[in-house]
Design a protein around this ligand. Structure first.
Ligand SMILES: Cc1cc2nc3c(=O)[nH]c(=O)nc-3n(C[C@H](O)[C@H](O)[C@H](O)COP(=O)(O)OP(=O)(O)OC[C@H]3O[C@@H](n4cnc5c(N)ncnc54)[C@H](O)[C@@H]3O)c2cc1C
Length: 394
């Protein structure tokens, strides 16, 4: 594996993946393990270090996909198991479910793990693959295509590949060079996030507490911490902007008094308060000739469904299979399986989020069902069309 390339003749590979994150690395790894030569062109000079970044919740089907590639040990060691969801309304429990309630589930838990730990685990596996080259700190500046492939001009030299994959995030430079457009819809309700040391004695679950129109979400994350996300009523927002974690503790007092006390007592160990803005975005096509868009280059979801990274990694598995099928059979239509299978599934999740009133309005009507009940399917099972694609031989 090389890490830098001087300008020179074109670098050739079956697949060139552009990106620095877990999505790019997972797709590159799977393409390599299908037996193809791969260049990973990373816009970042350095990959995110283990333990750095945010800690998304990986769902059992995603954990299974990672485990099948031998990517599990570091995640289990450094991540936090999450056993399910408890969702409380103002008058009591709205719903409680555990992963173990779902027969045939791949793992009896989800896992919160830092993006840096996942990135380093995937990078270590990628380094061991023959036929893989990793180029860091390279930006793609131009693109040409013909019937046989794609040629990327980068700041580290030119790369020629049968297929190129844009896994370089929402503002993907490669997607923009293809002319694929992005439709963006913005939610006008923000939320605020702090990370605090664990509140002692709590079950390791995603805990939701509604006080319509406000809602509180807490989830265990590494290392021994709790991510607290508060979606307040509109007239509470200014106080949060001015008052930081102290204002948050004040607002949480009537929703979760124990947490409010804990935030005050642990104030020296609580992170700054971060305002989260939410939007959905979708690429108008997932393929332009020999360029495929992947993960957040193709779509973005509202954070509160906990699906952004899960869906991106699942995309990677589908894309690698579709590219493999095309390269090995010579049937250029097989690559379209990726968009055909993944795009309706992801857009259905997006439509569902967009139509969820609590994400978009400050309606005072109390919820009658748990916020995550409609996500149970996505949190526990692989999309059947994707499962079928991955199970199929050839
Ligand atoms: C608060 C929050 C909570 C979320 N919770 C969940 C969840 O529970 N479940 C879920 O599935 N998704 C969740 N998401 C979405 C998820 O985090 C993203 O979908 C995912 O991180 C995108 O990964 P990617 O590899 O596609 O990112 P890309 O945008 O392609 O790449 C980002 C990557 O670039 C690299 N990078 C960025 N900056 C630097 C830097 N300065 N130095 C080095 N490298 C850098 C890192 O490796 C980083 O991982 C959440 C997002 C947010 C903001």
């Amino acid at each position: 594996m090389s890490t830098q390339s001087p300008p020179g003749p074109d670098i050739e590979a079956d697949v060139c993946v552009v990106g620095s994150g877990a999505t790019a690395l997972f797709a590159a790894l799977l393409c390599a393990r299908h037996g193809h030569t791969v260049v990973l062109a990373s816009p970042q000079e350095e990959f995110e270090p283990a333990g750095a970044g945010i800690s998304p919740l990986l769902a059992p089907p995603t954990l299974q996909l990672l485990a099948e590639q031998g990517v599990e040990e570091e995640l289990i060691r450094d991540g936090r198991r999450v056993l399910g969801v408890d969702d409380h309304g103002t008058t009591g429990l709205l719903s409680r479910w555990r992963y173990t309630d779902h027969p045939g589930i791949a793992r009896p838990h989800g896992l919160t793990v830092t993006t840096g730990t996942l990135v380093q685990a995937l990078l270590a596996r990628l380094r061991d693959e023959p036929g893989v080259r990793v180029h860091t700190g390279v930006s793609v500046t131009a693109l040409t295509q013909d019937d046989d492939g794609v040629r990327l001009t980068t700041t580290g030299g030119a790369i020629r590949a049968a297929y190129a994959v844009a896994a370089d995030g929402r503002a993907s430079a490669l997607r923009e060079l293809t002319g694929i457009g992005l439709d963006v819809r913005t939610f006008d309700r923000p939320a605020w996030l702090v990370v605090t040391p664990d509140v002692p004695g709590r079950d390791p679950v995603l805990l939701v507490r509604h006080q319509a129109p406000a809602a509180l979400f807490t989830i265990p994350i590494p290392p021994e911490s709790l991510a607290v996300v508060w979606s307040p009523d509109r007239d509470q927002e200014e106080a949060l902007e001015q008052g930081g974690p102290a204002a948050l503790a004040e607002q949480l007092r009537s929703v979760d008094p124990e947490l409010a006390d804990w935030l005050e007592r642990s104030r020296d160990r609580v992170s700054p308060l971060i305002r989260l803005a939410f939007s959905l975005w979708r690429a108008d096509r997932w393929r332009a000739g020999r360029v495929l868009v992947l993960g957040e280059s193709a779509h973005g979801l509202h954070t509160l469904g906990g699906q952004g990274l899960n869906q991106s990694l699942q995309d990677g598995a589908s894309l690698a299979r579709a590219v493999h099928d095309t390269l090995t059979t010579g049937d250029g239509t097989r690559v379209d399986d990726y968009e055909r299978i993944r795009r309706p599934h992801v857009e259905k999740l997006q439509d569902f989020q967009w139509n969820l009133q609590p994400l978009r309005s400050y309606s005072p009507a109390p919820p009658t069902r748990g916020a995550h009940e409609d996500f149970i399917e996505a949190m526990t099972r692989l999309d059947p069309a994707l499962a079928g694609q991955l199970a199929a031989s050839g």
